[in-house]
Design a protein around this ligand. Structure first.
Ligand code: URA
Length: 295
């Protein structure tokens, strides 16, 4: 059978599964190998996906990661979005968030909506708490000091900011009243709940293989309660997707200012090594050693 015919058959099978309600198909290594052969490129991202993940060094075929159970996305709270492509659906979803009267009716959030950035076909989705001053100004998540650190962390993982998907649990900057300046506060539960259908729908559309929740606000917003210190280091789950909770980059910046930066960075790095292992991303010995205390 020609590769084109095989792809057509595969697409027809997948369409059939989708119309019967299945949105995920687990592939074993044999199936992955067959697909790799068909498309003649490593499946670092989804087949037929947009931009490929780019590594700093030419990447060998990633070793097969542990098989991730097929995520089951809860249907409650999902917003139905029109659109014939993922990009179109996300653009619609962002427009809906912008016009949604619910978060605005709280009267505690500022008016600029900041949605998300990155590759919607990424295997990994980072979720922070809410936009700050710089994010609000640029209408893009994680572009201030914490965002610059997050971009460096992503580079240390061997990816680029534009390869991954970055979003926030709350789509508006929480208000502290008039003359707010550069000051920020964490979003309240009501504020996060008003935005929860958006992040939940984003997750169902992006279908990441792993979510990284940055800080306790993001994890609480996803309904996973507890301090980061207790939750980090092992996978939790949200709507069937594995979630690694780790410290927020702002916490790393604060720890650094107090001279404890390395210890906190190592903790985050150990969490992210687990994420990379789960995704089957290549990890060099050098990467394994980042932020290890000198013996
Ligand atoms: N902190 C967050 O949690 N999100 C942003 O977008 C910026 C800073």
């Amino acid at each position: 059978m020609s590769a084109k015919a095989a792809l057509t058959l595969l697409r027809a099978n997948l369409d059939q599964l989708r119309s019967s309600g299945r949105t995920r198909v687990a592939l074993n290594e044999h199936g992955r190998e067959a697909l790799r052969h068909l498309v003649r490129e490593p499946l670092t991202s989804r087949a037929n996906a947009g931009p490929k993940r780019v590594f700093e060094q030419p990447a060998p075929l990633p070793p097969p990661g542990p098989t991730t159970p097929a995520p089951v996305v809860a249907s409650q709270d999902l917003i139905e979005v029109p659109g014939s492509s993922l990009e179109e659906q996300l653009a619609h979803l962002a427009a809906m968030a912008e016009d949604d009267p619910k978060p605005r009716a709280l009267g505690t959030l500022r008016s600029t909506m900041v949605f998300a950035v990155g590759n919607p076909r990424s295997e990994v989705m980072f979720i922070g708490e809410a936009p700050g001053a710089e994010e609000e100004r640029q209408r893009e998540p994680f572009v201030g000091p914490a965002g610059q650190l997050l971009t460096k962390i992503i580079a240390a993982m061997g990816a680029k900011r534009e390869d991954v998907y970055i979003s926030n649990i709350c789509k508006f900057r929480p208000s502290t009243g008039e003359g707010q300046g550069s000051g920020n506060r964490q979003p309240t539960k009501d504020e996060m709940n008003a935005c929860l259908p958006y992040i939940r729908t984003e997750i169902s559309l992006i279908r990441p293989r792993v979510i990284v929740a940055l800080g306790a606000t993001a994890s609480t917003g996803l309904g996973i309660e507890g301090p980061v210190g207790r939750l980090r280091g092992k996978f939790q789950a949200f709507d069937g997707v594995p979630v690694m909770i780790t410290y927020h980059p702002s916490y790393l910046l604060r720890q650094e200012a107090e001279g404890r930066g390395n210890e906190a960075k190592r903790a985050v790095w150990e969490d992210l090594l687990k994420v990379m292992e789960q995704l089957g991303w290549p990890i060099s010995e050098k990467q394994r050693g980042y932020f290890k205390p000198k013996a």
